[in-house]
Design a protein around this ligand. Sequence first.
Ligand SMILES: [Zn+2]
Length: 108
Amino acid sequence: MAMSPGVTCRQCGGQMARTTRTQRNYGLQVLAAPLCLLGLAVAVTGAGMTVAATRRYAAGAQSAITHMAFDISLGVAGLFLAIGVARLGHKKQDIWRCPACGYFFERA
Ligand SMILES: [Zn+2]
């Protein structure tokens, strides 16, 4: 009782195997690189501003505490931007691949 009959290769008739491949989009990657750096710069700026606000607050400036929330949000947003953008241009794809001839197509 063969539950999974498998998929035969259209090119050579061999047995195809389930696998994944990473699809790269170089255009997006080129675009993502400066955006990733921008995100990191924003994160560092946010962290620096948070430290500065902490110092002002420690020095007795009560208003600095309200700025701190914004500074932390800025830092976190920058970090998320950097991480999100770094994943641009990489797409994981489920495919059937023939180990014999290399022919593949996308799995539904
Ligand atoms: Zn094949």
